[in-house]
Write a protein that binds this ligand. Structure first.
Ligand SMILES: Nc1ncnc2c1ncn2[C@@H]1O[C@H](COP(=O)(O)O)[C@@H](O)[C@H]1OP(=O)(O)O
Ligand SMILES: [Mg+2]
Length: 424
C-alpha cells in the first residue's frame, strides 16, 4: 500500500528536487497555484525512475476524465471533468486509509464527531486538483474540515502522516508533478473556509461523507458540487464501496463483482454513473414505480442521524412493504438515482443543522436522474444561504409519481408524532 511503502515526504521531496530540472511555468497545467503562493512546491519528475516505479500505468483519475460524457457540451464541462478527477484521486487516498486504518489516524472534533487523516487528505487533494484544473475565475470552496486542530501542539505526528499520504497519492499518479509542504497542506485544508451564498461560484465539498460508515468499513462518499449564483449546477459523488451495478438485496450487497461507483450530474444534462477506475459513463434514471407496495426506501444506518421510528411510520402509511435499506452517506442518493430503491427519507433529531455539503452533490444527481428532492413540506432545498441548509424538518427524495403520496404520508406521520406526549 502506498501509504506504508516507507517513502517519507521529506525524502520524496528531496529526491525529486535533486534529480529534476525546474519546470517551465508556461508548461505547468495549474496556474491557480499562483493564487496560493505557500501552497506547494512542484517539480518535473519525468526523469525520476524511483517515482516512475511508484506510478501505475494509466491513473484511473486520468482515465475517468477521458471518457465522453453527456455533459461534454455543457458550459460546466471543464468543471465537471475537474470535479471527477478530484473526487477520483481523493477516493484513492480514502481507500488506502480505510484498508489499514490505525487508532492514531482518528481524532475527535469539538462536536465529538470523528475525523480521520482521510477526511483531511481528501479535502487537500480535491482543493489541489480544482485549483490546478479550473483556471478561470476566483477560487471559493465551502468544505467541512479546517486545520485548527492540526495546528495545535501535539498534532505534529498526524500532520506528518497526512502530508505523507497526500504526497504518496500524488506521486502514484503520473498526471501530477507536484508535492505539498506541511504549510501547503494546512493552506489547502483552509481553502475550504468560504461561506458560500447566493452570488458567484462556490465549490461545495464533503471530503468524507459518512465518516462513521468509513470507520466501520461500510459506505461513505466523497461529495463535491458546484454552486453558481446560489444554484447547484453540477455534482460528483465518489462511492468507493458501493457496487457498480446495483444494490439488489436488503443488505446492500450486489450480484456484480465490481465495487466503486462515480456518480455525476450537470444541470440540464442528466445524471451518469461510471466505475471509479474509469469505465465509460452510463446514463441513469430513478425507478419509475408509482406503486408504494413495490417501493423500497433508503435511510441512515446510524440511528442517531435519523428518526427510524418516524420513517417506519411514514413507510407504513404509504404502504411500503419492504424493510428499510440502511446505508451510510450520500451513497443513498446515488443508489436512488439509478433506481436501486424508490425513496430516501432523512429526519434528523431536533436541533441538528444540515450542512450544504451533505446534500448538494446528492441532490443534483437525483434531480438530474428525474427524481425530486424536497424538505418535509415539499419545498426545494435552498443551497444559497451559506454553509447551512436552513430547515427544521426532514429531507425526502423519490420519483415524480410517488412524491404526492409520500408528502401526504410524511405530513400525517409528523402530525401523529407531534401529538404523542413527550415522556419527559
Ligand atoms: N446527529 C446527527 N444527526 C444527523 N446527521 C448527522 C449527525 N451527526 C453527523 N451527521 C451527518 O450525517 C451524515 C451521514 O449521513 P447518514 O446518516 O445518511 O449516513 C454525515 O454528513 C454526518 O456528518 P459527517 O459528514 O460529519 O460524517
Ligand atoms: Mg457529511
Amino acid at each position: 500500500m502506498a501509504a506504508r511503502v516507507g517513502l517519507p515526504q521529506q525524502a520524496l521531496l528531496a529526491s525529486a528536487l535533486a534529480r529534476s530540472p525546474s519546470p517551465s511555468p508556461a508548461r505547468l497545467p495549474y496556474p491557480p497555484l499562483l493564487r496560493l503562493p505557500t501552497y506547494c512546491r512542484f517539480f518535473s519528475a519525468s526523469a525520476d525512475a524511483g517515482l516512475q516505479n511508484l506510478r501505475r500505468r494509466l491513473p484511473f483519475a486520468a482515465r475517468a476524465m477521458s471518457q465522453r460524457s453527456e455533459a461534454a457540451g455543457s458550459p460546466y464541462a471543464a468543471e465537471l471533468a475537474a470535479a471527477k478527477k478530484a473526487v477520483s484521486l481523493a477516493a484513492r487516498l480514502c481507500q488506502t486509509v480505510q484498508q489499514e486504518i490505525e487508532q492514531s489516524d482518528v481524532q475527535s472534533k469539538a462536536d465529538k464527531s470523528p475525523v480521520t487523516v482521510a477526511d483531511y487528505g481528501s479535502q487537500i487533494l480535491v482543493s489541489l486538483v480544482l485549483n490546478m484544473e479550473v483556471t478561470t475565475g476566483s477560487f471559493s470552496m465551502v468544505a467541512e474540515e479546517d486545520s485548527e486542530d492540526l495546528r495545535k501542539d501535539g498534532a505534529e505526528e498526524i500532520l506528518e502522516r497526512i502530508t505523507d499520504l497526500v504526497n504518496e497519492t500524488l506521486a502514484e499518479d503520473a498526471s501530477f508533478n507536484i508535492l505539498l509542504s506541511q504549510e501547503g497542506i494546512l493552506a489547502a485544508i483552509d481553502s475550504g473556509k468560504s461561506e458560500g451564498g447566493p452570488s458567484g461560484r462556490h465549490w461545495v465539498l464533503d471530503p468524507i461523507d459518512g465518516t462513521k460508515g468509513f470507520l466501520r468499513g461500510g459506505q461513505y462518499a466523497i461529495a463535491l458540487a458546484l454552486l453558481d449564483e446560489g444554484k447547484v449546477v453540477l455534482g460528483v459523488l465518489g462511492c468507493p464501496n458501493l457496487p457498480l451495478s446495483s444494490i439488489n438485496n436488503l443488505n446492500g450487497s450486489s450480484s456484480g463483482d465490481q465495487v466503486g461507483a462515480l456518480f455525476s450530474a450537470t444541470i440540464g444534462c442528466g445524471a451518469e454513473v461510471q466505475s471509479l477506475d474509469g469505465s465509460p459513463p452510463q446514463k441513469i434514471s430513478v425507478c419509475s414505480t408509482d406503486n408504494p407496495v413495490n417501493a423500497s426506501f433508503f435511510e441512515s444506518y446510524e440511528g442517531a442521524h435519523t428518526m427510524h421510528d418516524l420513517t417506519g411510520s411514514i413507510a407504513e402509511k404509504l404502504g411500503v412493504q419492504a424493510p428499510p435499506v440502511r446505508i451510510d452517506s450520500q451513497a443513498k442518493y446515488g443508489a436512488l438515482a439509478r433506481g436501486d430503491g424508490a425513496i430516501y427519507l432523512r429526519f434528523p433529531y431536533k436541533g441538528y443543522r444540515e450542512k450544504i455539503w451533505d446534500h448538494a452533490a446528492g441532490a443534483i444527481v437525483v434531480t438530474e436522474a428525474g427524481g425530486l428532492v424536497t424538505d418535509a413540506s415539499g419545498n426545494d432545498l435552498d443551497f444559497s444561504k451559506g454553509r447551512f441548509l436552513d430547515l427544521d424538518t426532514g429531507i425526502i427524495a423519490t420519483n415524480k409519481q410517488l412524491m404526492p403520496s409520500l408528502l401526504k404520508a410524511v405530513q400525517e406521520a409528523i402530525k401523529e408524532k407531534d401529538q404523542v406526549p413527550s415522556p419527559l
